[in-house]
Design a protein around this ligand. Structure first.
Ligand SMILES: Nc1nc2c(ncn2[C@@H]2O[C@H](COP(=O)(O)OP(=O)(O)O)[C@@H](O)[C@H]2O)c(=O)[nH]1
Ligand SMILES: [Mg+2]
Length: 245
């Protein structure tokens, strides 16, 4: 039996990359611990803070005192080095055989993690991806421009690359650890487009992908980092992948 079968030895390492999330971190960690404990899944939370000036790391240290060093693992870096490398950094310290990647800004609700796990176990999927674009999934709090960009990015990618998943730009996902390591190594892009490339590479490498509908709620506190450069980067990477895969 594979290490990632439906046995009770599974452990889930939840990666939380943070940059200026001091208001959100206590709530997201509270919710993760609450829902994971309720469903009885063994887990750890790995916080990768990139030198946030707002004191996110100090808050994380206090949370570590509350929940314990085995539950909350801190893997800070000196400065803002981007999400892709934050994941790699986090995985290096993960002790679970599964990795959950989610945003720390409360856009992704921790209660969905249990749904991801159940879905994964249905067919021993390599990847389970949260999707805003099928079933009961959706987006709340985005303005028209942001919806258009997200829909447009998904539509273009579906058209050009036929990825076999409905939500390519989302980042709420569950991976078998070894699969995620392979995927990250095979990805060339940085920034937002990285999430999309991960799914494209997954299909290319014949990994199986399960999907779970999620509702995405725009952040209440702090600022998003999506701008014009990300959009240009995305289109560029899309064309690159179209030409090379
Ligand atoms: N460690 C780390 N975390 C980051 C960085 N940039 C963004 N994040 C975190 O990654 C998650 C997604 O970022 P966010 O700005 O909400 O992206 P958006 O939801 O797509 O607008 C949040 O938890 C951020 O705090 C970074 O450079 N390093
Ligand atoms: Mg966000």
């Amino acid at each position: 039996m594979s290490a990632s079968g439906t046995n009770s030895k599974n452990k889930y390492s939840i990666l939380l990359p943070t940059y200026n999330e001091v208001e959100n971190l206590p709530i997201i960690i509270y919710l993760i611990v609450k829902y994971m404990s309720k469903s009885g899944y063994d887990h750890e939370i790995i916080v990768i803070d990139d030198g946030s000036p707002d004191g996110t790391l100090e808050a994380a240290k206090q949370l570590q005192n509350i929940y314990g060093k085995d539950k909350i693992v801190l893997r800070p870096r000196e400065k803002k080095l981007g999400l892709g490398t934050a994941y790699i950094h986090g995985i290096q310290h993960a002790t679970g055989n599964f990795i959950v990647i989610m945003d720390a800004d409360l856009s992704h609700h921790p209660k969905a993690i249990a749904d991801f796990i159940k879905k994964q176990q249905e067919k021993d999927y390599d990847v389970v991806s949260g999707t805003r674009y099928i079933g009961g999934g959706g987006v709340y709090g985005w303005d028209f421009k942001r919806k258009l960009v997200s829909r447009g990015a998904n539509f273009l990618t579906q058209l050009l690359l036929r990825p076999g998943a409905s939500d390519l730009t989302g980042s709420f996902r569950l991976y078998k650890k070894d699969v995620l390591e392979t995927l990250i190594k095979s990805c060339v892009s940085k920034g937002y487009v990285f999430q999309m490339e991960m799914i494209i590479r997954a299909r290319q490498l014949n990994y199986t992908i399960g999907e779970v509908p999620i509702t995405f709620v725009d952040r209440l506190y702090g600022e998003s980092k999506l701008g014009g450069t990300e959009i240009i980067q995305f289109v560029r990477a899309l064309l690159y992948l179209f030409a090379t895969t």
